[in-house]
Ligand binder design. Sequence first.
Ligand code: NDP
Length: 246
Amino acid sequence: MKPLTGKVALVTGASRGIGAAVARRLAADGAAVAFTYLTSHEAASAVAKEIDAAGGRALVIQADSEDPEAIVAAVEQTARHFGRIDILVNNAGIVVGGMLEDLTTEQADRMWAVDVRAVFLASQAAARHMGPGGRIISIGSALTERVPGPGFTLYVMCKAALNGLTKAMARDLGPRGIRVSVINGGPIDTDMNPADGPGDALLTPLTTLGRYGSVDDMAALVSYLAGEGGDYITGTAITLDGGFAA
Ligand code: NDP
């Protein structure tokens, strides 16, 4: 039997990038997988088709993480459709770069809404459906451990909040047997941060391995945390960064 057979997962922001790899991986591990996207309908449908074609079960939900009602509705739709929720992966995120003096309140509010408030709301809603063994896994950033240069104020502020949120939620949910963790990722090759894009010159030399990580590296760690390997891991950040923060 596959390790996650009988489990139901919800992954936010899985039309592409890390989220898509996580959705595919959890489905390959045997979980039924619901996932959200913002605008990439075709890409999201393609991920679902791949999962279906491989014998898995997928549910695609359009839900803007910036909208508090939409993110909670996505959790409820997942629970209704599949009958339960065992694993929540808070992956959807955006980057708003810029120098401190230039950033606006609107930019700060938007980053906060997508990268932090949605994580809180989805976790709260999903936890209500979870039984013992439930998992909440958020995708944070190794930039909270090492800020490599200017322009990252809002991103680091918001991703740093996930480290605290993870610890506090683990305290609240531990007595119910729910494990909560955050993966602080280093440079991972996606549309957000392409390995041949503008981040390369700054980020690659700071890794000890001299290269970007792949979405499959992230998906493998999520799979581990979601499965038996994650049984005694909670309230903590795990860094996956090729030595970026070393
Ligand atoms: P991408 O930009 O490649 O993909 C983002 C995904 O999130 C897409 O599926 C997108 O949907 C979805 N999304 C974006 N905004 C929203 C929203 N408001 N509501 C719902 N879904 C949304 O990002 P990555 O895969 O690179 O990043 C995923 C997560 O990992 C983010 O939280 C990011 O901060 C974090 N991370 C990334 C690293 C990297 O180097 N790439 C390193 C460490 C952490 P759509 O296609 O419809 O726009």
